[in-house]
Design a protein around this ligand. Sequence first.
Ligand SMILES: [Zn+2]
Length: 303
Amino acid sequence: MTSAPVTNRHPLNLPDGAVGGLCVLASGSRGNCSVLVVPDGGTRRIVLIDAGLSPRRTQRLLADYDIGLWEIDAVVLTHLDTDHAHLGWAKSKSLRAPFYIHASHRGRAERLGLAHKHTRPFRSAFEIGNRISIDPVLLEHDSLGVAVFRISIADERTDQHAVLCYATDVGRPSQTLARHIHDADTLAIESNYCTNLQQNSDRPAFLKRRIMGGSGHLSNQQCFELAQKAAPRSDLICLHLSQQCNDPALVQDLHQNAPYSVTLSTQHEPTNWVWIQPSRSSPITPVAQENEDLPLWSTEVGP
Ligand SMILES: [Zn+2]
C-alpha cells in the first residue's frame, strides 16, 4: 500500500491522534533533508534531519508548508557527507538553530566549516523541547560512521508517545541496527540499490565495492529484511534510492504485502506528510542530560 495523498499540506493541521509529521523534502545522492514537525505547548517544534540541500532550496521547499528557516529549532545530522550536510550552511545567516552532530564527527565539521558556537555534539540521548527525545547509535559508514536515530515523541494531550526511527547510509544490517529501529511506529530507512542493477551498472569496481562492501549503503533486499524484523507499526519510508541503480517499482513490489504503509522518497520532490501516531501508553523515558555538559565548539567558523 502507499500512503494516501494529503490534501491539506499545512503541517500544523495534524490529523486527530497524530503527535507529529515527517516530510522527506528530498533524498538521494544529490541531497537529503527531512523535516519533522511536532506541536509543543501552543507552538511547534521543527527539526531538520540532515541538511543536504542548499539553504536556498531548503527555504523554498519549506515555504510551501509555511515554515521559515528562522523557525527551525534543531538540525540533527546523521553524518557529514555533503549529500547530508550541504556546505552552503557554513555561510548561511538565516538559520538560528543549533546543529546536533555526533561527537566523533566534530573534527570533520571543523574542517568543513560547519562548526560554529551553536553546534551541539552528542554521544547519547538528547532532548529537543519538551516532547522530542532522540537516542542515537553510531554505526559503520565510511571512516567516521553514521548516527541512526530513535526518536520518541510525547503526545501533548495524553501520556502516550510515538517512536520514529531514522536510518540512512548504514552500510550493512547488524544486530545493533535491528535493535535500535525495532518496533517503531514510523521507520524511515534507506533502500539504496537493487543488487542486480548495481552489479550490472557501468560504475567502477571500487565504487561498487564501497557501496556494497558493508560500510556504504543498504540494498533493497537488506532494507526489506530489516523492515520485516523491525516491524514498524504504521509506516515505512524508504530513503536514498539510487537513481542509477534502483527502480521505485522494485522497492514497491518488495513491500507490497507488508502490514505497514510505504512511502518512497525521491530526489526531486517532497513526499506527502507521514503522520506519526502514538501507539504505546507508557510515558516517555527520561533521557540522560549528559550531552548538555559537553563543551560547545571552541572556534567560531564562517561569517
Ligand atoms: Zn548519503
